[in-house]
Each structure stands twice: as structure tokens, then as C-alpha cells.
Ligand binder design. Structure first.
Ligand code: MEV
Length: 315
């Protein structure tokens, strides 16, 4: 049984979304996590994730290990006996192979994508395929286990593989793209766990609540106007909104010199606007470009130190 899940980028609203403000995110299908679950003649559940050098039997991993926890959660949700009870001598087992082209801790949702692909492949393999809503709920529980106080936007956009207008705790809402537009993603190559930047913003918000509430309200306005512009087929209006959103993210302290450098380089190379995307402090930034200018902005990002770029069309 095979399953694949895309990466994602947040167009507008990261961090504020943790505080119940709306955010917009879209899937990035150029990168993905892939999981295959197969019968095995040997007893036990064997996990192979060569990208993180993991080759282990489930029993040998701690229950809160990011991959073991997904497998255990699938079994407990389906009310099936815990697979860790299985020992050699039990008939047959399972081999799980996990590969991913999504860079880890970069804001592209690598953890959520592995969870979603693994939940789908494993539940189908054991003949209990789950509905999208159930996959999303499970993936969110895993996100909460590993990422502190996530909003749930990553697992939602990745589970549904659609543009998402997201408000925490509310049913998933997609939005129409009136006219396709092109985004260049630039990776600083600096791995920055979202948990840390989200935790730091929380401390600052506790200390300076009224200013931070104002920042979040401003971001909410930007996300609303952005949604309208996208739906009305006026994506060129997003450039200025990205610049504005980036400057508020700087005030939230989640940008970094490397992100600012890439954002500046994109603008100098003709991007209509640019901002960091995701948790910040490292990871990725995004730039809005006209299709013809995409390659030269991508080149400028590499010259400014980006480790890699992705050109993606939102449609
Ligand atoms: C991470 O992709 C986006 C953040 O807003 C965190 C979250 O929403 O859980 C920074």
C-alpha cells in the first residue's frame, strides 16, 4: 500500500494563526513524503527511513518517537491491539518504507506530510482506510505531540492537498484561485524548529500582549485582503501584502538576517513582494513573481545564499 503527501507553504498569516487569526496556505507538490507498507515474512513492524538513517523494529523505538508515535496512534484510533505486543514467532509482519524530498525543519511541513502519508498507507494496509477528516484529526494530534501549540494549518493543507483559508478550530475552508500566480520558494538551508519560534512568540505575547495582539490583528487584515485578491483574480496585489506581512513578522522577532537577505534579493531581482514563510528564524521564504521573471529571481536567491529554490504555480 502506497501513499504520498505534498509539502506546503504559508502565503499569509503564520504565527498569528496560532492566536485564532486566519491564514492562507497552499500545497507544494514538487516536494513530497512517500510511504509504502508491505507484508513481511518476518514477524514485527520494521521501519526504514533512509533519509534520517532509521532502520528499526517498532519495539526498539520509544513510544514518543515521531514515526513510532504515528504508528501507535493509528492502531489505538482503530481500537486494534498495540502492535508492540507482537514478538518473533507471531506470524508475518510489516515493512514500512518512508522517503521524503521535503527538507526537514524548513517550514515546508515535512513532519505533517510524513504523518499524513503514513496514516493513510498504514490504515489502508490494515483494511481500515480513514476519511480525510479522520486523517487530519490524527495528524493534528501527532503535531501537538511534537510541536507544542500548533494551529493545525500544516496538517490541514497537507491532508486536503488544496489551498486552505484556515482558522484554528474551525472546519476546513478552501478558496478559489481566480487567476494562477507564481511563487518562488527560497531555502536558507538553516533548520529552525517551528516549536522554538512559536514558543518564543508566546513568551513575548505574554509580556507585551497588547502590542502583539495588534500585530496579529494587522496580519489578520492582510490575510483577509489577500484571500479576496486571490479569489478576484488580482494576485498582483499580493506583493505589497507580502512585504507588509514580512515587516510584521520581523516585529514578532521571527525573521533572521539570512531570511531578510533573501527577501531583499528577491525584491531587487524584480519580485513583486516577498516574505518569510512558516515558523521563521531559518527555513524558507517566498516571493511573488510574474512567470517570466521566476528564473531570474530564483538565480538571485541562489547568489544571495539560498541552498535551493522551488518555482511553484498556485492554481
Ligand atoms: C508553521 O508552518 C506555521 C506557524 O504558524 C505555526 C502553526 O501554525 O502551528 C508558525
Amino acid at each position: 500500500m502506497k501513499s504520498s503527501a505534498p509539502g506546503k507553504i504559508i502565503l499569509f498569516g503564520e504565527h498569528a494563526v496560532v492566536y485564532n487569526r486566519p491564514a492562507l496556505a497552499v500545497p507544494v507538490t514538487q516536494v513530497h513524503a512517500d510511504v509504502e507498507v508491505l507484508d513481511s515474512p518476518r514477524a514485527g513492524i520494521f521501519i526504514h527511513a533512509p533519509g534520517i538513517d532509521l532502520h528499526a523494529e517498532l519495539n526498539s523505538l520509544p513510544p514518543d518517537h515521531p514515526i513510532a508515535s504515528v504508528i501507535l496512534k493509528v492502531f489505538s484510533t482503530l481500537r486494534l491491539p498495540s502492535p508492540t505486543g507482537r514478538r518473533a514467532g507471531d506470524e508475518g509482519g510489516v515493512e514500512i518504507s518512508i522517503t521524503s524530498s521535503i527538507p526537514v525543519a524548513s517550514g515546508l511541513g515535512s513532519g505533517a506530510a510524513v504523518s499524513v502519508a503514513l496514516i493513510r498507507a498504514l490504515s489502508s494496509f490494515i483494511s481500515h482506510p480513514l476519511l480525510d477528516e479522520e486523517v487530519n484529526t490524527l495528524a493534528f494530534e501527532i503535531e501537538k505531540l511534537h510541536h507544542g501549540t500548533p494551529s493545525g494549518i500544516d496538517n490541514t493543507v497537507i491532508t486536503y492537498n488544496k489551498p486552505v483559508y484556515f482558522i484554528k478550530g474551525q472546519p476546513m475552508e478552501t478558496f478559489k484561485v481566480g487567476k494562477p500566480f507564481t511563487i518562488v520558494v527560497g531555502d536558507t538551508g538553516i533548520s529552525a524548529p517551528t516549536k522554538e519560534s512559536v514558543g518564543d512568540v508566546r513568551l513575548l505575547w505574554l509580556r507585551d500582549t497588547s502590542n502583539f495582539e495588534n500585530y496579529f490583528n494587522e496580519i489578520a487584515q492582510i490575510a483577509l485582503i489577500a484571500r479576496r485578491s486571490i479569489e478576484h483574480g488580482r494576485p498582483e496585489l499580493l506583493g505589497e501584502l507580502m512585504d507588509h506581512n514580512h515587516s510584521i513578522l520581523q516585529s514578532l522577532t521571527v525573521s533572521s538576517p539570512e531570511l531578510d537577505k533573501l527577501v531583499g534579493a528577491a525584491r531587487n531581482a524584480g519580485a513583486l513582494g516577498a516574505k518569510l514563510s512558516g515558523g521563521g528564524r531559518g527555513g524558507n521564504m517566498i516571493a511573488l513573481v510574474d512567470q517570466a521573471g521566476a528564473e531570474s529571481v530564483a538565480q538571485a536567491l541562489i547568489s544571495a545564499g539560498a541552498k535551493r529554490t522551488i518555482i511553484t504555480e498556485v492554481r
